[in-house]
Design a protein around this ligand. Structure first.
Ligand SMILES: [Zn+2]
Length: 314
């Protein structure tokens, strides 16, 4: 697998491997237009050095960063927001209204993750979150437009994975920056003809109805490209949108069938793994069962937990 950190696409878009957990697991996007740039997703505090390296290579000054736009406030997407805002003096932080207060005072975000992972793992993954002063945070209303040196970026609210999720439409590339709304398709899941894609149904706000509505909303713009945070440029979005929606229905069915088992999370995880690994092996035959476990166990465990939380809410 190629370990390069930067992938350059058309329309002034560069995909940066944020360095989160393993190569090409989570992306940050740099969008250049005229004298200004926008940064979509922040990765974690540990990702900032990579972003600065790219700006330096491109002779872009930190003062040219106009917007920093995490798609939602999960820490692989927004954990580096505070440290970025410290370095980019002219940037505004664009975030869903429900995420804004968590970036102004990240103590709750930190505590939530430390409770799950423990302090040591938390520190190695994320580091201390830095608060962003309120006057630099813009709460992004649905359909808000941003002007990047004359290039329009449109924000849409896309709940389903999380209530505080936005997607960013780039008119010029006819592409969406989708965060976790359009699922996950790692580079290892790319086969000779197709790629494998799975939805992310992680805790605690997953809603199948809302997620499918959001995917349909994205498709109503007839996009040509999807810029996945996990990971990279995806073409032919209509085809994958259908796959994703089928998959969401299937996950919900599996969750319902197993909800009264003694260990429902394990059962759901197993069932999802069996189906997805068989499918993945068809699409990318070089990935065997052991590699599929390595690649996807963390996602499937989170997905199973999120499905249970959803069932218990209903
Ligand atoms: Zn997320």
């Amino acid at each position: 697998m190629s370990e390069e950190i930067f992938s350059h696409y058309d329309y002034g878009i560069t995909c940066i491997d944020s360095g989160y957990i393993r190569p090409k697991m989570a992306a940050i996007y740099l969008l250049e237009h005229g004298e200004e740039v926008a940064i979509i997703e922040t990765g974690t505090n540990h990702s900032l050095a990579r972003v600065l390296t790219l700006l330096d290579k491109k002779n872009i000054a930190p003062s040219q960063v106009r917007y920093v736009i995490p798609t939602h406030v999960h820490l692989d997407h927004a954990g580096g927001a505070g440290s970025m805002m410290d370095i980019f003096p002219n940037a505004e932080l664009i975030v869903h209204p429900r995420g804004a207060r968590h970036l102004a005072d990240p103590s709750r975000l930190m505590k939530g993750v430390i409770d799950v992972y423990g302090q040591e793992k938390y520190d190695s993954l994320y580091g201390e979150l830095i608060a962003v002063s309120k006057n630099r945070i813009v709460e992004a209303a649905d359909e808000m437009k941003l002007d990047l040196a004359g290039r329009t970026l449109l924000i849409r609210h896309t709940p389903g994975h999380a209530e505080h999720h936005i997607c960013i439409w780039d008119e010029q590339s006819k592409g969406w920056f989708t965060g976790d709304t359009f699922g996950v398709s790692y580079q290892e899941m790319i086969g000779p003809d197709l790629r494998h894609i799975i939805p992310t149904t992680s805790p605690v706000q997953f809603s199948p109805e809302k997620l499918i509505n959001s995917i349909n909303l994205l498709m109503s713009y007839n996009p040509e490209s999807i810029y996945l945070t996990h990971f990279g440029l995806l073409e032919n979005p209509q085809f994958y949108a259908e796959k994703l929606c089928e998959c969401i229905f299937y996950y919900c069915e599996v969750a319902q069938v197993n909800r009264n088992e003694s260990n429902p999370i394990e059962k759901i995880e197993d069932a999802i793994f069996r189906k997805e690994s068989a499918q993945l092996n068809k699409i990318a035959p070089s990935i065997d069962r052991a590699q599929a476990h390595e690649l996807l166990d963390m996602d499937f465990n989170l997905n199973a937990q999120g499905l249970i939380v959803w069932l218990n809410r209903n």
